[in-house]
Design a binder for this molecule. Structure first.
Ligand code: UDX
Length: 442
């Protein structure tokens, strides 16, 4: 089948290269001619595992092409996917300008029998409005579909190829059959429904996942007061299949381009209908406070941040990506700097950080040199096996704050005992060393 992809960000590009390696012919378009130039050379403009490998395979098989003419994509596709960005506006509402720009082009070049698929996350009712606009202009297209994505950054290719379900919001049964045919090789449940429900499924899914994270972070706060261990609580409740263990990892809070944006957008949608969503409001409030709660604990421990050096390990919002959107490191480094701290940082992938007062180093030891504390903010695998002895040696004091509960609490008992670390984490008892700093193993 000939598939068109308009918007080649992490969703659009992942969709394009995966379809192009699944027996389809793909033509991709993006506003950025620089991005198109990079893609034609077989280089991925985004840091997303396996995308470049799939891109190069598709270029080699000649199953993917890129064009700077949007008319080409629209005129040459049987199924046309819209995967452009819908960023948050200051009032929390989604900015749909990119979507409507594409619709105006589809109005001009749409083909008989063609299916337009809105995969971008859009407010409930948007796909209906798009269909109305095209129908008002006697569009020859077969149907306008809403097909939300559930891709996690850092695992986007995996998640595309191994979905839990495919959601299809449609109006024409013929179009539903064509979409089922497109996705038949995935052999997963197809949730077929009306367009508005398909749009709502995306927001309900993301806000529920965000709520799970804020829930466990709320419980972690109580664990800190009572001396319980949030890992045990997550295991204990997560073993119930009605709850499920995933997304119960306590930490410094969620970031990224989706949870913050989609929870705010859902609130804005509800407010426009004079509805309140107290669980979503609480999810956002808990998450916004989470980084500051961790910093308060560190500030109490150091008595003040003034003239203290803090080493941040990890800057991206999660492991597996270089994406800094809504990353906790942004708010945390701003707070530290405002309180007079000196901030150094190391991230294995992030090459530049927008807060220029943060000194980015090329390895953890350089960042930790003469630091008063290490603050771990991203769950990169390499931080599971840090050179503890060398770190204890270069640090002014062996104080490690694990903002992602990345390190196994039980295993850290040995590191604390051997190298004299004090280990603070989220919702778990602090581990103290009995070794006097002067007697630490060098
Ligand atoms: C999310 C959804 O998972 C995905 O289905 C949707 O399509 C897009 O938004 P993403 O934001 O890329 O994906 O990453 P995700 O793995 O969900 O993590 C989001 C944030 O939550 C990260 O900052 C992560 O560190 C944090 N997180 C995740 C937790 O703090 N605890 C958890 O248990 C899981």
């Amino acid at each position: 089948m000939k598939i068109g992809i308009i918007g080649l960000g992490y969703v659009g590009l992942t969709t394009a290269v995966c379809f192009a390696n699944s027996g389809h012919e793909v033509i991709g378009y993006d506003l950025s001619s620089e991005k198109l130039h990079t893609l034609k050379k077989g280089v991925s403009p985004i840091w997303e595992p396996h995308v470049e490998e799939y891109l190069q395979a598709a270029l080699k098989q000649k199953t993917i092409h890129f064009t700077k003419e949007i008319s080409n994509v629209i005129q040459q596709s049987h199924i046309l996917f819209v995967t452009v960005g819908t960023p948050s506006q200051t009032n929390g509402q989604a900015d749909l300008s990119q979507v409507w720009n594409v619709v105006s082009q589809v109005q001009k070049y749409g083909q008989p029998g063609q299916i337009l698929v809105i995969k971008s996350t859009v407010p409930i009712g948007t796909t209906e409005h798009i269909a109305q606009r095209l129908n008002d202009h006697d569009s020859p297209m077969l149907d306008i579909i809403h097909n939300p994505e559930f891709l996690r950054q850092g695992q986007a290719v995996h998640d595309f190829l191994h979905p839990d379900r495919i959601v299809i919001g449609y109006s024409q049964p013929q179009a539903l059959e064509k979409m089922k045919h497109l996705y038949q090789s995935f052999s997963v449940p197809i949730i077929a429904c009306d367009r508005k429900s398909a749009e709502m499924i995306k927001y309900a899914s993301n806000s529920f996942l965000a709520m799970k994270i804020s829930y466990i972070n709320m419980i972690a706060g109580l664990c800190e007061q009572l001396g319980a261990n949030v890992d045990a609580i997550a295991d204990g409740i997560g073993a119930d299949p009605r709850i499920g263990r995933s997304f119960l990892q306590a930490g410094v809070g969620y970031g990224g381009s989706c949870f913050p944006k989609d929870t705010q957008a859902l609130l804005a949608i509800a407010q426009a209908s004079k509805q309140t969503l107290p669980l979503v409001e609480a999810t956002i409030q808990i998450n916004q406070a989470q980084p500051l709660r961790l910093l308060q604990r560190l500030e109490q421990r150091l008595s003040s941040f003034k003239d203290k050096k803090i080493a941040l390990l990890g800057l991206s919002f999660k492991a597996g990506t270089d994406d800094l959107r809504e990353a906790p490191s942004l708010k945390i480094s701003q707070e530290l700097l405002q309180h007079g701290a000196i901030v150094h940082a190391y991230d294995p992938v992030v090459q530049s950080f927008p807060i220029r007062e943060v000194i980015c180093q090329t390895n953890p030891l350089l960042a930790a040199q003469d630091a008063d504390a290490i603050l771990l903010l991203t769950d990169w695998d390499e931080f599971r096996h840090l050179p503890w002895g060398e770190l204890a040696h270069v640090l002014k004091q062996p104080l490690l704050v694990d903002g992602r509960n990345l390190l196994q609490w039980e295993q850290m008992k040995e590191v604390v005992a051997t190298y004299g670390f004090e280990y603070i984490s989220v919702g778990r008892p602090t581990l103290f060393s009995s070794i006097h700093p002067a007697d630490r193993i060098e």
